[in-house]
Design a protein around this ligand. Structure first.
Ligand code: NDP
Length: 273
């Protein structure tokens, strides 16, 4: 019997996840269906409940429900979702709702695997302190960068995030004015600024020689952030399509016990852009 999965979010109509998981299923021969489900803040919990009631096996959770899924839904939380305080993968099994977060591993697989850019010993700037930044921070810290600076427009949120990792001496938090004079090897835009074609107020001269500029946003070509990174001499630029496919592959692995090959799926999606 076909096992049912879905992604839940708002908006959701343009999600690429159904296409990605259909490709994974075709490639691995797994018998699954995967749809996109719209919910509101008010209906989120009941829509997930209905999906479970209909025999659903798992769900991906996207904007704006990742924190809600962590707080109100999961009965069991994987450590990486607990430290992120955000869930993007739900598994429904034996009456339990298991919450996990594959965003961090997805980003690292893209940066270190696909883009061949090791994080260890590098100076890293993480822009943003929302759901995406929280999701990727523990995975970035695990790779032991020499410096990890969180920058956010509302600096209190960046400081709050920093305080959750008291043992990480190389972790700091600042507002954008605090960046002047600093240089980074890896700058990750985990803000939603690119959605509105905006550029956070980054100072000039912050990209070190050989730096990678990475925007979590995808499907928008050269975003204002990537344009800025290029103009400031970043050696490599990447959007978040690779992360999207890699985090989906990690969810597929959790659900089906098989890791799909992400490269052909990325190539297919790049061909569509
Ligand atoms: P949230 O709404 O939780 O957080 C938004 C963050 O962006 C906040 O830190 C906010 O700052 C900051 N921000 C928004 N606009 C600006 C601006 N103009 N200048 C400076 N900072 C700004 O969003 P998420 O964290 O969930 O998502 C962030 C982005 O990551 C989205 O574009 C999303 O599509 C993308 N994403 C991509 C994934 C992938 O697989 N490629 C996975 C997950 C997310 P403040 O706190 O001051 O308001």
């Amino acid at each position: 019997m076909t096992d049912r999965y879905a992604v839940i979010g708002n908006p959701i109509a343009h999600s690429k996840s159904p296409l990605i998981h259909a490709e994974f299923a075709r490639q691995t021969g797994e018998d699954i269906s995967y749809t996109a489900v719209l919910a509101t803040r008010e209906t989120f919990v009941s829509v997930v409940g209905d999906f479970i009631g209909q025999g659903g096996k798992g769900m991906n959770v996207t904007v704006p429900f990742k924190e809600k899924a962590w707080k109100y839904l999961a009965t069991d939380i994987a450590p990486r979702a607990a430290s992120a305080r955000a869930v993007n993968t739900l598994t429904f099994k034996d009456g339990k709702i298991i919450g996990d977060n594959t965003d961090g591993v997805g980003l690292l697989r893209d940066i270190e695997g696909n883009l061949e850019f090791p994080v260890a010993g590098r100076r890293v700037l993480l822009m943003g302190a929302g759901g995406a930044a929280r999701g990727v921070l523990p995975a970035l810290l695990n790779q032991r960068p020499s410096v990890l600076n969180i920058v956010n427009r509302s600096v209190d949120k960046a400081r709050e995030l920093r305080e959750r990792f008291p043992a990480s001496e190389n972790l700091s938090a600042t507002d954008y004015t605090g960046l002047s004079g600093s240089q980074f090897d890896l700058v990750i835009n985990a803000t939603s600024s690119s959605m509105n074609d905006e550029l956070p107020p980054l100072p000039k001269g912050m990209f070190a020689a050989g730096a990678l500029g990475y925007d979590l946003m995808y499907g928008r070509g050269l975003t204002p952030f990537l344009e800025f990174a290029r103009s400031q001499g970043a050696a490599k630029l990447a959007d978040g399509l690779g992360m999207l496919v890699e985090q989906a592959a990690e969810s597929f692995l959790i659900w089906r016990g098989v890791r799909p090959d992400t490269r052909p799926v990325m190539a297919m999606l790049r061909g569509e852009e």
